[in-house]
Design a protein around this ligand. Structure first.
Ligand SMILES: *Cc1c(COP(=O)(O)O)cnc(C)c1O
Length: 474
């Protein structure tokens, strides 16, 4: 058969696209009814798939039907308003439609020249975010800095650590390999991506210092200072410190200003990881979260967690883009072009690990324009209110206690009956499918995490969750 006969015609595409859009709309309308945590056993989904790939193409409605029959049972419903696990991975109508358009355009945005709109829209949106979140002006593209969308905070932290390594060695590490004397610091509550970045960047985990925290689980700056002094005395080179604004375990807020002052004094790179909590700075009353960020060399937060923009969309800012670009730029002949040589454009391939890049700015643009700053603030403010309300119910109940300060939208709490009781509560709740929660360990104790930030979570969902938690406690 003529190859063109295999393609979906534009008319077929129109029809099928409507089916898919209707499917998504129905799904989101009904998402609350599904058991939040997928109840399948390992291997159950694979067992429903044919052993061999199809030789002849299949009709689209047959394919779509398998989303219901095969895929849905194996889905944990992150878009359910009863999803209180981990941190949210939000989406919203405008985000989904922006993502679809990005697939429809199907571009590769690696260079300005490979689709100027992708680069310029992204640069512009990153500048908008600086204003929306009250971030320092040195992160603006109109200063020496600038922002870029990464696939994840993990990638952003890796490129920050690489740039720190290059700056510390006069760009020698990329020629000779990582200097074995370089040391990275972060708190013992930092996200695992910091350790991963230190490993990949060649520091080695024995050159990663996990600094002690205080009783709010925030980094102790005196312990940081002491660790640096010990390393200097041993002839090592303190290179970078990663501070966290909103740790994954308990949303602890490191004292960024004090850490930044220490970093300045020792010529170290300060990277701030605000993956979840950064979004809260949309609210003027939460701008204290940014205290000290003006001392940071780089900063990351994830619109794909709490800013209603589906994964992946991680906003990464640097104060000095030339260091980042010099650290990551490799220029083969086949990518040379006039626009790049002119120095008038950003080529975002030089701001990230991979060459290729998706047009992620579209979905973020749609979200910001659909909601406006006002709409995004309203959603986030409500989540914060609900978290405080939930915390007050925990505090008022003699059977439960808070396990960490509630600084943002995460409530860490536990039943006073001990680890086994809390483990049983969590297992009962998640197996019921009524809601999803996850746990952490704080001070060695099993702790329940109630993360309130799903796009569609309302007060009734949080009230019901609290009732179910008390029931599960028996
Ligand atoms: C979620 C989280 C990350 C990882 O985010 P990815 O985008 O999935 O890499 C990093 N740091 C903190 C504090 C987080 O909460």
């Amino acid at each position: 058969m003529d190859p063109s006969a295999y393609h979906m015609t534009p008319d077929e595409f129109r029809l099928n696209a409507r089916l898919v859009i209707d499917w998504i709309a129905d799904y989101l309308e009904r998402v609350e009814e599904y058991p939040v945590l997928s109840q399948v056993a390992p291997g159950e989904i694979r067992a429903k798939l044919p052993d061999r790939p199809p030789v002849s193409g299949e009709p689209f409605d047959t394919i779509l039907a398998d989303i219901d029959d095969i895929v849905l049972p194996g889905i944990t419903h992150w878009q359910s308003p009863n999803f209180f696990g981990y941190f949210p991975a939000n989406s919203s109508g405008p985000a989904i439609l922006g993502e679809l358009l990005s697939a429809g355009l199907g571009i590769q945005g690696m260079l300005w020249a490979t689709s100027p709109a992708a680069t310029e829209l992204e640069t512009h949106l990153m500048d908008w975010l600086v204003e929306m979140l009250g971030l320092p002006e040195r992160f603006l593209s109109t200063s020496a800095g600038g922002g870029v969308i990464q696939d994840s905070a993990s990638s952003a932290t890796l490129v920050a650590i690489l740039a720190a390594r290059e700056r510390a060695t006069g760009f020698e590490s990329s020629h000779r390999g990582t200097d074995p004397d370089l040391v990275v610091y972060t708190s013992n509550q930092a996200h695992s991506s910091v350790e991963k970045a230190a490993r990949i960047a060649g520091f080695g985990t024995d050159k990663l210092r996990l600094v002690e925290v205080d009783d709010t689980y925030a980094m102790d700056p005196e312990a940081l200072e002491a660790a640096i002094a010990a390393d200097l005395a041993a002839g090592l080179k303190p290179t970078a410190v990663v501070a966290t604004v909103g740790t994954t375990s308990s949303t602890a807020i490191d004292p960024v200003r004090r850490i930044g002052e220490i970093a300045r004094r020792h010529g170290m790179w300060l990277h701030v990881d605000a993956a979840l909590a950064g979004t809260a700075a949309l609210l003027p009353e939460m701008r204290w979260l940014n205290d000290g960020v003006d001392l940071a060399d780089s900063y990351v937060f994830n619109p794909h967690k709490w800013m209603l923009t589906n994964f992946d969309c991680s906003a990464f800012f640097v104060a000095d883009r030339s260091t980042l670009i010099r650290s990551l730029s490799v220029l083969p002949e086949y990518l040379r072009n006039e626009a790049s040589e002119s120095g008038k454009v950003f080529d975002y391939r030089d701001w990230q690990i991979p060459l290729g890049r998706r047009f992620r700015a579209l979905k973020l643009w749609f979200v910001i324009r659909h909601y406006g700053t006002e709409g995004l603030q309203a959603v986030v403010r409500e989540h914060l209110r609900l978290a405080r309300a939930f915390a007050s119910w925990v505090e008022a109940d003699p059977d439960f206690e808070l396990a960490a300060p509630v600084s943002v939208n995460l409530v860490c709490f536990r039943h006073v009956g001990g680890d086994d009781v809390n483990e049983r509560i969590l297992e009962t709740l998640n197996r019921s499918g009524d809601l999803l929660m996850t746990h952490t360990k704080l001070d060695g104790h099993y702790t329940l995490r109630m993360s309130i930030g799903q796009t569609r979570t309302e007060e009734r969902h949080v009230r019901r969750a609290w009732d179910l938690i008390k029931q599960a406690a028996g």
